[in-house]
Design a protein around this ligand. Structure first.
Ligand SMILES: [Zn+2]
Length: 821
């Protein structure tokens, strides 16, 4: 049955291309009339954009001098370059280092370096890139193929697993890097390698007779082929990009992996529905947004309105139901991606840095295609928040995962085994100028407000506009025309979606109009003409749609495009006790010595220390406002407290401390409302990592299945094999004769499995641990509560000791302890 399905769709594609038409829409079709809502702008190239901003300038210098150098060094150290050296010699599986997509991170690092060659040329970096390009050239096969993993480890498996093996993904990143290098230096040494590889891929994949079907498990090559097409003018690349896009959703991976269609779900790889029938964002977030970017490029150039309608529909679903306030996407660690609409947890937010980069790429493309500022608004939201948090202020540590709340245990790393994020940050930062201005034949569009200037030609005449602003700290932006000859053109200024108070000043003869979120005037502009905007930047309290359960009763703080957070280090009272009544007033103040110079927001909020034990209690009186502590001193438990908020992007640049973006509007009770005694216990683990949530084990949230990821999971990963333990301790002894626990298991996704064996121990008065006398063997069954009854013990601490499977770690959904009845 599945063969029939594939044969059919393949033949339609074949016939379509023979007729000069592609399967969905048409590469060579006439404009369809419905396209008139497109404005079809071009980005002003970043080489024509000068950035002098005191906000972005230092960050870009840090990127160039610190991050890019650190990237290249780490890529060398991690083996990304040595893998390609091995590939020049042939098979040598023992010496290959890292995961199978190592080449892609090198290409991204090179792309970032190439952009800086274009803006800040140094002969050293130029030579360094040439050295690496030479290594890549030698790794290229006679036929044009390059992939160090497949050449060195599994030459016989080339193109056998498009779903998981990332060959086309790596190729895409090479094409992007090669185009960047060519455009920066004018040299074709890298571009020639890329086109030879692309020609080879084109000889393998396509609808023509003798070519095979397929598309990449991780999209990227689609948008990259479009860049290669634009750089070379070779239509083969456009056609190949179109091929990879329009067949998506034909459930190719079911065939590739012999999965019966009735058992196949392709959501993770965006292979669930025919591409143009896709209605919602799904699966792996970076893949989803790269794919949509590629679809936008292909749809724009092939006038495929069905494809573009799909992109707009999925964009709506993403932005109105699945976007973090910080502009990032992909809430779940489970699939590095999407779950269901409005599922936007804070502490366990995945929000991969690469997914923020991908959102910027996508919205940039849509903004250019439709000339509608709603896309630029999202781009700005992601740029200043989700994206910028991905790198520390020194430019040498990076977030992969970007939570919106932290207990103080989530930190940036110098590098990752899977190092996709650091070079992705570097390449976007290095090419930032590309995202600021757009143009068409008779107009210039200002999309982002960054001090500096833009130079271009409109109607064959030189145009230069100087931009003076302290954005994002100040909403005043002054544009001054700076060309020698008067030029007639439309000057468009984006009106940010967040701005509620806007004043402007245009030359008196200018007839100001608005369209799709821009204000503009078409006239003859001459040197010295100026346009001034003031976008009021009052701090705003932001509510989430009530469907977002994670933010119920909470507010977030924004000022202009910047989302704020509270870090424990800046507060006078414990962060978890702070709440912001709706009438809380916050005042901005610029602190030049804090976090590289930031506008902080300060004001008086409230705090309430409401730690109350709810175990087996349904109602109880409100605790007194003051209490005596253990040493007999009077302690105030509720009242006013000064707070200081910092930009979210700057968190985790000082000592480790808790952080929150969303803050409650009313006093919060710590939910010690568990079934047993575990709620009041202190939890300790033999080992915790950045994504271990010790609150998960006794939060009273019971799972339905072992493989249901709770978001906040207590586990020992990445430690695998060997013995580990988790303990509960209480201030006063408890008496118990029964516990129960629920194992977590993520077979097929991660490395957590139930233990080989386990036991329960209690702490004796002398501090030693002893096993309880259990009535039956300890079970490791999944999908159920494991009950253990034992001879009663009176103790201040219990612990679960696990023997982990050799290649796996143990995770525990919930562990309950019942008092003696
Ligand atoms: Zn990444």
């Amino acid at each position: 049955m599945k063969n029939k399905f594939f044969r059919k769709s393949y033949q339609i594609g074949l016939v379509a291309l023979i007729c000069g038409m592609a399967l969905e829409g048409s590469v060579w079709a006439e404009d369809s009339g419905s396209l008139n809502k497109e404005l079809r702008l071009q980005a002003v190239p970043f080489t024509q954009v000068e950035i002098t901003s005191s906000f972005w300038g230092p960050k870009r210098d840090t990127n160039r001098l610190s991050s890019i150098a650190a990237n290249l060094e780490n890529l060398e150290k991690a083996g990304n370059i040595s893998n390609l050296k091995l590939a020049a010699k042939g098979k040598d599986p023992e010496h290959y280092k890292g995961p199978l997509f190592m080449d892609s991170d090198l290409y991204k690092g090179m792309e970032a370096a190439a952009y800086t060659l274009a803006t800040d040329y140094t002969p050293e970096l130029d030579a360094e890139l040439d050295r690496i390009i030479d290594v890549i050239a030698h790794a290229q096969g006679e036929d044009g193929y390059i992939n160090s993993y497949f050449t060195v480890v599994h030459p016989e498996r080339r193109w056998t697993n498009l779903r998981d093996a990332h060959e086309l993904y790596c190729a895409g990143h090479m094409f992007e890097a090669a185009v960047a290098h060519y455009q920066a230096t004018g040299k074709k040494n890298f571009l020639n390698i890329a086109t030879k590889f692309a020609d080879y891929i084109d000889s393998v994949f396509g609808d023509e007779p003798g070519k095979r079907a397929g598309y990449p498990g991780h999209p990227e090559i689609e948008l990259a082929l479009m860049k290669l097409w634009q750089a070379t003018g070779n239509d083969r690349y456009l056609k190949l990009a179109n091929f990879f896009v329009i067949h998506r959703g034909e459930k190719f991976y079911a065939k590739e992996h012999n999965i019966p269609l009735d058992k196949y779900t392709g959501d993770y790889h965006q292979d669930m529905y025919p591409i143009c029938d896709t209605k919602t964002i799904m699966g792996h977030a970076v893949r989803a947004a790269y794919l949509l970017s590629g679809c936008t490029d292909v749809g724009r150039e092939t006038h495929n309105e069905d494809l573009l309608r799909m992109v707009r529909r999925v964009w709506n679903n993403t932005v109105y139901k699945n976007l973090y306030i910080t502009g990032g996407i992909g809430p779940s660690a489970h699939n590095e991606g999407f779950t269901e609409d409005y599922d936007l947890p804070n502490a366990s937010a995945y929000q991969e840095t690469c997914a923020s980069v991908a959102m910027i790429l996508l919205n940039h493309r849509l903004g250019l295609l439709y000339g509608d500022t709603k896309y630029e608004d999202v781009l700005e939201q992601t740029l200043y928040n989700g994206f910028l948090a991905g790198v520390n202020l020194k430019g040498d540590r990076f977030f992969y995962v970007n939570p919106l709340a932290s207990a103080g245990n989530h930190h940036r790393s110098e590098w990752f085994g899977c190092a996709c994020c650091p070079p992705n940050v570097a390449r976007l930062m290095a090419s930032l100028g590309e995202y600021l201005y757009a143009e068409n034949e008779d107009s210039l569009f200002v999309n982002q407000f960054v001090a500096g200037s833009v130079t271009t030609k409109i109607g064959g005449k030189d145009v230069k506009v100087k931009v003076d602003t302290r954005y994002p700290w100040d909403g005043t932006v002054r544009f001054t025309m700076d060309m020698s000859e008067p030029v007639e053109f439309g000057f468009y200024v984006r009106q940010p979606g967040w701005a509620t108070q806007v004043t402007h000043s245009w030359p008196s003869s200018a007839k100001v109009q608005s369209d799709k979120g821009y204000e503009f005037a078409r006239r003859v502009w001459k040197k010295g003409d100026s346009v001034i905007y003031h976008f009021g930047m009052e701090p705003q309290m932001i509510l989430a749609n009530p469907n977002v359960k994670a933010d119920a009763g909470m507010v977030a703080i924004k000022r202009g495009p910047i989302v704020y957070c509270l870090e424990g280090i800046d507060q006078k009272t414990e962060l978890k006790n702070i709440y912001l009544p709706p009438e809380t007033k916050l005042k901005p103040q610029f602190e030049k010595d804090l976090l590289g110079g930031v506008m902080v927001l300060q004001g008086d909020a409230q705090f309430a220390d409401m730690k109350v034990n709810w175990t087996r209690t349904l109602y109880q009186p409100l605790p007194a406002e003051t209490q005596k502590n253990a040493s007999g001193e009077k302690v105030t438990l509720r009242g006013k407290t000064p707070i200081k908020a910092i930009p979210y992007y700057a968190w985790d640049n000082r000592e480790a401390c808790p952080m929150q973006v969303w803050l409650p509007m009313a006093p919060q009770m710590e939910a010690i409302a568990t079934e047993g005694l575990e709620g009041s216990a202190k939890v300790e683990l033999s080992h915790t990592s950045y994504n271990c949530y010790i609150v998960g084990i006794n939060d009273g949230k019971a799972p339905k299945k072992s493989n249901q990821h709770p978001g906040e999971l207590t586990h020992f990963w990445p430690r695998k094999g060997g013995e580990e333990w988790v303990s509960y301790s209480w201030d006063t002894p408890i008496e118990t004769d029964e516990v129960r626990l629920y194992w977590f298991d993520d077979t097929g996704v991660g490395e957590i499995r139930p233990p080989v064996s386990w036991s329960l121990e209690y702490q004796k008065d002398n501090g030693e641990w002893a096993p309880v006398e259990a009535s039956k063997p300890y079970s490791v069954e999944l999908d159920k509560w494991i009950d253990v009854s034992f001879k009663p013990v009176k103790t201040k601490a219990l612990r679960v000791k696990v023997q982990q499977q050799e290649k796996f770690a143990v995770g525990i959904h919930e562990w309950q302890v019942f008092p003696l009845e």
